[in-house]
Design a protein around this ligand. Structure first.
Ligand SMILES: Cc1cc2nc3c(=O)[nH]c(=O)nc-3n(C[C@H](O)[C@H](O)[C@H](O)COP(=O)(O)OP(=O)(O)OC[C@H]3O[C@@H](n4cnc5c(N)ncnc54)[C@H](O)[C@@H]3O)c2cc1C
Length: 375
């Protein structure tokens, strides 16, 4: 028998963004129902793989810096509330030609917001961080505050806090459809119908399936993460010696790496993956894909070119300009959307949850969100 229950807000998708929205709304006393097609954290979306980078000298645009500062505060708050360690500070290096988007962009953000940072030459990098082998014409921005988040623990802690604050969470119950009905939104699943005054769509790589009337220019991009044993001195890659690092090489190729926190040294390309769909994405990793990242390790981190431990497939949901999409539905203002985060959204999850809670409550925005509107 189908049931119908009523809430202030329904959230479709309880991954990184949706769990945070559920928590921020519930703790403000808003009656929230969160629905997910699986039971997050899971390995089928965009939020798995043990670790995510958090960095502050944001090469993509200075507008992100106040948001990442707030995200740091909220992650630490969540650590205290949950009694769980969710991030570690390693410092971060953005390495490339001085005029590259990565290095010039990181400097621009650091200077615009007065962030502590150093500009290093290639030989400075080699002296301070002997695990890295930049080319002689490369430079690097060093920022001390960057580090690593543990995404599965972050989502578990956020969902637990949301539930403790009163959110109703239902797993393995995908939203099939929603319709506008007078001044409410009616949401259907295989198990029932629910009503709310507002709906938040945070379905990540599935977002387009819940917005069928919109012609969305987003692309789902397959990404492969790899973990390697060190080839030589493993101590060099420990988290107290090895910072998170992003590289721009050979023009517009990006890769990044994280220290060994027990699973091996992590390395992956950023973008340049196959465009696919979340239903059809190939989750097998071909030997050529391992070889491709190995050739990068040999050039820039030769000491990490040891035996492969694991490779995992994950997906990005990209907007054309690689910024985020946080906005109201163009035809239905009671529907909020926050999903495509173009492969760099995890660090912002709690601040995006807070932004969504403010939007639901029609509070003035705390940040400049113009870059994230799609109209
Ligand atoms: C390989 C990789 C590396 C990355 N590295 C970084 C990094 O270092 N730093 C960083 O900040 N960001 C990084 N990102 C980006 C970041 O991880 C993502 O932006 C973020 O995790 C996306 O969160 P989300 O909530 O949009 O999606 P998800 O966490 O995937 O959540 C979407 C949820 O919606 C649910 N869902 C789907 N359809 C429905 C439906 N019909 N009904 C109900 N629920 C539904 C899904 O089950 C899922 O749980 C990386 C991403 C990838 C893939």
């Amino acid at each position: 028998m189908r049931t119908e229950s009523s809430y202030d807000v329904i959230i479709a998708g309880l991954g990184a963004m949706g769990s945070a929205a559920a928590f921020h709304l519930a703790r403000r006393g808003v009656r929230v129902l969160g629905l997910d097609r699986y039971k997050p954290p899971h390995t089928l979306g965009s939020s798995h793989g043990d670790s995510r980078i958090i960095r502050e000298a944001y090469f993509e645009h200075p507008v992100y810096v106040p948001m990442v500062r707030r995200a740091f505060e909220l992650w630490h708050e969540l650590e205290r509330a949950s009694g769980t360690s969710l991030l570690i500070q390693t410092g971060g290096l953005m390495i490339g030609r001085p005029e590259s988007e990565l290095v010039a962009g990181a400097r621009r953000s650091a200077q615009a917001h007065g962030l502590p940072h150093d500009l290093l030459s290639a030989s400075d990098v080699r002296a301070r961080f002997p695990m890295f082998n930049p080319e002689p014409d490369m430079a690097a921005v060093w920022e001390p505050r960057a580090g690593v988040l543990f995404p599965e623990a972050c989502i578990s802690a956020t969902l637990a806090q949301a539930q403790e604050s009163g959110a109703a969470l239902r797993f393995d119950e995908p939203v099939q459809d929603w319709t506008i009905d007078a001044d409410s939104v009616r949401v259907s699943t295989a198990r029932g119908e629910y009503r709310a005054r507002q709906l938040i769509v945070t379905a990540g790589a599935w977002v387009a399936s819940l917005l069928p009337t919109l012609d969305l220019p987003f692309q789902i991009e397959r990404q492969v993460l790899h973990w390697f044993d060190a080839a030589g001195d493993a101590e060099l890659f420990a988290a107290d010696r090895c910072p998170i690092h992003l590289w721009q090489i050979d023009g517009r190729r990006f890769f990044y790496g994280l220290p060994d926190m027990g699973s091996g040294v992590k390395a992956a390309f950023h973008h340049a993956g196959q465009v696919t769909t979340v239903e059809e994405v190939c989750r097998e990793v071909a030997p050529g894909e391992v070889e491709s990242i190995r050739s990068i390790l040999r050039r820039f981190l030769p000491g990490a070119d040891g035996p492969l431990r694991a490779s995992v497939v994950c997906v990005y949901t990209n907007t054309p300009d690689e910024h985020f999409w946080i906005d109201r539905h163009p035809d239905h203002p009671q529907v909020l959307i926050a999903s495509p985060c173009s492969g760099h959204g995890f660090k912002f999850a709690p601040v995006i949850g807070e932004i969504l809670a403010d939007m639901v409550q029609k509070k003035p925005p705390r940040f400049d969100l113009q870059l994230f509107r799609r109209r």
